[in-house]
Write a protein that binds this ligand. Structure first.
Ligand code: ADP
Ligand code: ZN
Ligand code: ZN
Length: 725
């Protein structure tokens, strides 16, 4: 390579390529993995150097030089991560710049912020000690500082107490060689010992432990409460004990202070936490600690997958079936699949854990591609809950709850136990309608009803966020005849408050826990064990360990039984099993009541009679017959615009441009909910038996799509391995 290479830069623009720049004529060559500031049209953009190359497709006189190198201390992304990101943009067919820049913490996507240096501490040198012996003379501040340092290594903050001139004085001491600086080592506490592992748990720890230093994907398929987290902890102990780093990914609402505390106490260190809800500064600091190798353990949600970790030795992904691991807009990657890829590239093991594994992972396990570890019993000898199906057709129902459910709740509370009611629908009622003319409140911008939030006196769209006041009279016929239909969590809460006036009722949904700290306070309150009733959505299904909980009522999962989305049954089975798993985790047996209008539905019967694995096998057979994932491979070409006709025209032209081959093409068809936020959403579905067929045909096709005129009238994107239709 010549000494002045071409610099290939990823820029945050929706264009499917990298951009070439010349090396600045005077400065150093911008290193791979560092950020640069470059001219782009009339703007200057922050980009990241992805590679050096010898030449460019463009003539040299059309290339501009890089403006400025922003990271001189160390490259932000190492070669491994750059290779992983490149695999991502090729596999997911997303513009490379958005993939690469999106992997940086937001604070580093701007010029003017650098990777923060680790905090330093200072200690006296031999010469410093001699100087101290000589006494203060006229340099009182200097002497005070030397004295402070004589007590041992001292962090910057403590030196600041000495006086306003501390910084200058410190600089002087460093210059004289009386003091040296070093990074503050991370806090270490004494780790607390965990329980003796059961033979099954031990088997998993040994199997994964044997694979340290080589790639293997382990599926930890263990019922709720079987001790999966204990297994992770022991593996982490081992990896961290050997000086390695580890990455633990959890679903979006799984990242609770309870979980972090468990990690901290057991491992004796503060995990670096990374998720999109953090303040920019905290996120940057945690990312920098990981990058510099100072943070041994990173715990985070989906986006933490791309954290640079120079000594990464193990990846754990908990609740691997959870939908939040798939990004649903922009760069639509699956953190689970990319985690497996990352482990393969690094030659390290990855553990996917779940009580209800995704069909994809089960299928991989069945075919021997993943090691399949099953934990079928609870670690604490608590037995799994028993089921009771309540046929709603023969029940009196009030505000969503059957009379028999209310009775069972009363009995559990009478015994001093805790119970929960699960309903995946927030708000007071999903429908507000006029009894006189049949009008009902729907969103003008979406194909959806507005949900009545009674306490707030508002009608809200749960899809586009639109809100308005509840009308007093029917807007259509002016009759005073508005009434609600169906129940949401707020209504359940009200019904329960009326029925159990002396019992604390805690609601878990996005509205009730919007304020910071509420969710954690409520979880703590439940864990304290006093009698209480929980009402909530999906939020209740995630990993919480509530020892006093003995009864779970599942109010309504019937929509899933007849959904147009072929994944609905898989998700329903997972949710039911996960929610049920909250019952009877302590020393008393749990019961789960499932209310349904379709007790004879074969899927539901199978799930309840034979359990999740048999159910999943049956779903897999169905998918195989239809050639659906994981038995086949899919990608969607998604498009949306205000005008449906524009969307259709683009998708039709795209379909006509699709190269001949084995991939089958369906559509254009409308998304299951076509209109959201005033835009019409449609897609083309591509499906093939082999991944290579699918990708082999999409890649040349994409080039053509970029040049279609109709493409400029719509928003479009490719969704590889889609999870939603
Ligand atoms: P999971 O992650 O599978 O839901 P956890 O690891 O949280 O399960 O374990 C459930 C409960 O059982 C926790 O209270 C945990 O401390 C306890 N536990 C786990 N393993 C053991 C064991 N080997 N012996 C005793 N208790 C255990
Ligand atoms: Zn009316
Ligand atoms: Zn809407």
């Amino acid at each position: 390579m010549s000494c002045r290479p071409i610099i290939q830069v990823a820029l945050p623009v929706p264009v499917p390529r990298l951009f070439d720049y010349l090396t600045p004529t005077d400065g150093p060559v911008p290193p791979v993995g560092a950020r640069v500031l470059v001219p782009f049209g009339r703007r200057r953009l922050v980009g990241l150097v992805v590679a050096h190359s010898e030449g460019s497709d463009l003539p040299a006189d059309r290339l501009l030089p890089v403006g400025e190198v922003l990271d001189t201390d160390m490259a932000l992304l190492d070669a491994h991560l750059l290779a992983l990101l490149q695999w991502c943009w090729q596999y997911y067919k997303h513009p490379p710049g958005e993939v690469v820049i999106g992997a940086l913490p937001p604070a580093l996507r701007r010029a003017g912020t650098e990777l923060p240096a680790p905090p330093l501490r200072y200690r006296l040198t031999g010469a410093g000690r001699e100087r101290l012996q000589e006494g203060p003379g006229r340099a009182a501040v200097q002497h005070a500082m030397l004295q402070a340092l004589a007590a041992g290594p001292t962090a910057e903050q403590s030196l600041a107490d000495i006086g306003s001139r501390w910084r200058k004085t410190l600089a002087r001491l460093l210059e004289e060689g009386w003091v040296t600086g070093e990074p503050v080592p991370p806090d270490r506490l004494r780790p607390r010992r965990g329980p003796e592992l059961t033979p099954d748990q031990r088997g998993v720890v040994d199997a994964v432990g044997d694979d340290l230093g080589r790639f293997r994907c382990h599926l930890l398929d263990g019922v709720t409460g079987s001790g999966k987290t204990e297994v992770y902890l022991q593996l982490l102990e081992r990896v961290l004990g050997d000086g390695g780093q580890a990455l633990v990914l959890v679903p979006e609402i799984g990242l609770t202070p309870q979980l972090l505390r468990r990690f901290r106490l057991r491992l004796g260190l503060q995990p670096a936490v990374l998720h999109s809800g953090l303040a920019a500064g905290d996120r940057l600091q945690a990312w920098a600690d990981a990058r510099r190798g100072r943070a041994a353990l990173v715990v985070g949600t989906r986006s933490a997958l791309f954290t640079p970790l120079p000594r990464l030795g193990l990846i754990v992904l908990d609740e691997e079936h959870d939908a939040s691991f798939k990004q649903q807009d922009g760069f639509r990657y699956s953190a689970r699949d990319v985690a497996v890829k990352r482990a393969a590239e690094l030659q390290i093991p990855v553990v996917l854990g779940s009580a209800t594994p995704s069909l994809e992972s089960l299928s991989n396990a069945m075919q021997g591609r993943y090691d399949w570890h099953r934990l079928r019993e609870r670690a604490t000898r608590a037995v799994l809950p028993s089921w009771r199906v309540l046929d709603l057709r023969h029940q009196e129902v009030a505000g969503g709850l059957a009379a028999a459910s209310l009775e069972a709740l009363a009995e559990a509370l009478g015994r001093g136990e805790q119970a929960m009611v699960f309903l995946n629908r927030r708000g007071y009622a999903p429908v507000l309608m006029c009894q006189s003319c049949g009008w009902h409140a729907s969103c003008e911008r979406c194909d959806a009803n507005l949900t009545w939030h009674r306490a707030a006196g508002r009608l809200c769209c749960h899809h586009c966020g639109h809100q308005r006041r509840v009308p007093a009279l029917c807007p259509e016929c002016r009759a005073d005849a508005l009434m609600s239909a169906g129940a949401g969590t707020q209504q359940l809460e009200e019904v329960l408050e009326r029925r159990f006036p002396t019992t604390p009722i805690l609601r878990f949904d996005r509205d009730a826990t919007a304020r910071k700290g509420v969710l954690d306070r409520q979880i703590e309150a439940v864990r304290e064990g006093g009698p209480c009733l929980l009402v909530g959505t999906q939020m209740l299904a995630k990993g919480h360990h509530f020892p006093g909980m003995t009864l779970v009522v599942i109010v309504n999962i019937d929509q899933a039984l007849y959904s147009a989305d072929y994944r609905a049954l898989e998700r329903m089975g997972q949710t039911v099993q996960q929610v049920a798993g909250r019952a009877g985790r302590g020393d008393r047996v749990g019961t789960v009541i499932l209310q349904t209008l379709h007790p004879e539905h074969p899927a539901l019967e199978l799930l309840l009679r034979e359990g999740y694995e048999a159910y999943a096998r049956w779903l897999l057979d169905e998918r195989r017959l239809a050639g659906l994932p994981p038995a086949g491979y899919q990608a969607l070409l998604r498009a949306d615009a205000h005008e449906r006709a524009e969307v259709e025209r683009f998708l039709q032209q795209a379909a006509a441009a699709f190269p001949a081959g084995a991939t089958r093409l369906f559509g254009p068809m409308p998304a299951i909910m076509e209109r959201v936020g005033g835009r019409s959403r449609m897609y083309l579905m591509l499906q093939a038996e082999r991944r290579s067929e699918l990708h082999g045909q999409i890649d040349p096709w994409l080039q053509r799509l970029w040049s279609l005129k109709s493409a400029r009238k719509v928003r479009w994107s490719i969704d590889v391995d889609p999870q939603e239709l």
